[in-house]
Design a protein around this ligand. Structure first.
Ligand code: GLP
Length: 243
């Protein structure tokens, strides 16, 4: 694992955007795996800025997002599709048909998930997967479990995740209880992984994920087995790591 320890959220965002832009420059028709949550927002802002300056062209780029709440339609301002349109896609020259998010409006989980797996395969897999981490070690919405789930599937969100994500909703009861998420296999098949982490509240889980035992109880720990992971984390997030 390549590790960049940076000062703060701003530096983390800039470094992550640098790595994503390097991928786009080296392979203009690459497949980017993207993430939601508050952590990647600064990196997305930076990418938009570089695009506006004329330094980055997304016209051939394809994107696949990790996850989506089940039951939310794209026009719902809490859906991850809405989030991606607002925080990245509307600011860059990507073709909307080249952007993919699991279909939260599809009530048939099996249909939604198998279509998503087939789409990722048809694109030829993911070149660079961007990841954040949840407080319980989840990546995408792969929550702690006794096994590693394989491909895109429907999950029941844990109380901890519902609690963490309620800040985006009016009240906790509005947070959907289920989501569609890429599985560990989809993520691990990405050719490169970029994990971004910021803040003292993530320090304990980051240390467990990177230095602890590899276990489905800490889903992000599986990244220790991936041959090409880059971690960009700020000092606060790395404060409990041994190095
Ligand atoms: C959500 C998303 C994850 C994200 C995590 C952390 O649950 N499904 O993909 O990594 O939250 O979010 P944040 O970056 O806001 O801490």
């Amino acid at each position: 694992m390549k590790i960049y320890k940076v000062k703060n959220y701003e530096e983390m965002s800039r470094k992550a955007a640098n790595i994503i832009s390097a991928q786009v420059l080296l392979k203009p028709d690459c497949v980017l795996g993207l993430a939601t949550g508050s952590t990647p927002v600064g990196a997305y802002k930076q990418l938009i800025e570089w695009h506006k300056q004329g330094d980055l062209d997304f016209s051939q780029v394809k994107t696949v997002n990790l996850d989506e709440y089940k039951g939310l339609t794209p026009d719902n301002d809490q859906s991850y599709r809405y989030f991606m349109n607002k925080n990245l896609f509307s600011g860059i020259n990507i073709a909307m048909e080249n952007t993919h998010v699991p279909n939260g409006a599809e009530a048939d989980s099996e249909a939604a998930c198998s279509a998503y797996n087939a789409m990722i395969r048809d694109l030829g897999g993911i070149d660079l997967q961007l990841l954040g981490i949840g407080h319980d070690g989840h990546i995408g919405f792969n929550e702690p479990d006794s096994v590693f789930p394989a491909e895109t599937h429907c999950v029941d969100l844990t109380p901890l995740t519902i609690e963490a994500n309620k800040r985006f909703f009016e009240k906790a009861e509005d947070v959907p209880r289920q989501a569609y998420t890429m599985g560990i296999k989809n993520i691990m098949l990405a050719r490169k992984i970029l994990l971004v982490v910021s803040g003292a509240d993530k320090a304990e889980i980051l240390a467990k994920a990177v230095e602890g035992p590899i276990t489905p109880q800490v889903p992000a720990s599986v990244l220790q087995l991936h041959p090409d992971v880059t971690l960009v984390a700020d000092e606060a997030a790395m404060s409990m790591m041994k190095l």
